[in-house]
Write a protein that binds this ligand. Structure first.
Ligand code: SF4
Ligand code: SF4
Length: 332
């Protein structure tokens, strides 16, 4: 990457480097726990991404995930290669495998920007979803990361079964001194559409997030983010629009490239063609770039900032990503 890379537009690649995982969460999007390509193949994919960013004028950032990315022997060599090529990265993990040694190894990598651990609810709910003891292990891992000086993040996916626990989860996250917290909605990919929040339920979530967002005090430095679709609706000014396929791509463990993990439209395989070739010739990418504002949102004054909300949810619920977000309650 060249010296002026720092001034380029950021591009994010969510990269599932393997599907193997040490847990079997009940809500997991994955349908296989086996796929794992060789370290050389993964290194080749990273070379493709470096080339893609250079030729498309992007400043690359990778969110390594899985499966459980810390199970992969390829993870640290890939981070080393990112460091040599000025690609920054985060790690999305279940947190259970992090000890002082792993946290130290992560901290020794200059490109690491954060580690995110998912929390599914109270201890009881989290352990029911992820297995007994894993709530405590997740927070223990976050503490090792904090001690190593790494920025920590907790993520919460809201659905009908857990959204009422949001306040308790934020409290636990604050109590543990985690740096950042964000919450988003469940997208039903394989899970039942009945688990998706109703508009009234999502409104409750946004209201609570907005209140907690403004509650950063001397006693709690946790930054509660409002940076997901529609979360500006209760007065937040952090607008979000879906950038799937434009400045965001997902690479699965078998080499399949998607616009976003939650928008499962296969663009091609990086085993067969380079990322640039797939991206430059994809009709799906062309359509995503040309997609403007859904018709139902045409007269909305926030349309240029929101662009219709979450494409993945519209796609999962209606089969068409270019629709107004099913949870939008904005009155204008
Ligand atoms: S009407 Fe459409 S653009 Fe306006 S806030 Fe709702 S989803 Fe967003
Ligand atoms: S498809 Fe969904 S998760 Fe992906 S960027 Fe768009 S709104 Fe966000």
């Amino acid at each position: 990457m060249t010296d002026n890379a720092v001034n380029r537009k950021k591009h994010v690649l969510q990269w599932h480097i393997l599907h193997r995982c040490n847990l079997r969460c009940t809500h997991c999007y994955q349908d296989d726990y086996v796929s794992e390509l060789s370290a050389d193949t993964l290194s080749g994919f990273l070379s493709q991404y470096i080339e893609f960013c250079d030729t498309h004028g992007f400043r690359g950032h990778i969110n390594f995930t899985g499966g459980e990315p810390l199970l992969s022997d390829a993870l640290f060599p890939l981070m080393d290669k990112c460091d040599k090529n000025r690609i920054t990265y985060g790690l999305l993990t279940n947190g259970t495998l992090i000890d002082a040694d792993i946290a130290g190894q992560l901290a020794a990598h200059k490109g690491i920007r954060f580690v995110q651990v998912s929390i599914d609810g109270t201890k009881e709910t989290h352990d029911r979803v992820r297995g007994k003891g894993n709530f405590d292990k997740a927070f223990r891992g976050l503490h090792y990361l904090k001690d190593a000086g790494i920025q920590t993040m907790a993520a919460f996916t809201c659905h009908k079964g857990n959204y009422r626990e949001l306040g308790k989860v934020i409290k636990a996250v604050r109590k543990n001194g985690i740096d950042r917290f964000w919450a988003d909605r469940l997208i039903p990919m394989g899970s039942s559409k009945e688990d998706v929040l109703s508009t009234e339920e999502y409104r409750e979530v946004i209201k609570l997030l907005t209140k907690e967002h403004s509650r950063r005090t001397l006693f709690s430095h946790t930054d509660v983010h409002l940076n997901r679709s529609l979360q500006f609706l209760e007065g937040g000014n952090c607008y979000y629009y879906c950038d799937a396929g434009i400045s965001l791509l997902t690479l699965l463990a078998d080499g399949t490239l998607l616009p976003c993990r939650r928008l499962p439209l296969a663009l091609g395989s990086c085993l067969e063609k380079s990322m640039s070739e797939i991206y430059d010739n994809s009709d799906i990418i062309r359509q995503l770039k040309e997609t403007t504002i859904p018709e139902e949102c045409n007269s909305c004054p926030k349309a240029h900032l929101c662009m219709g909300g979450a494409k993945c949810l519209s796609y999962a619920m209606t089969g068409d990503y270019n629709r107004k977000d099913i949870n939008c309650y904005y009155k204008y």
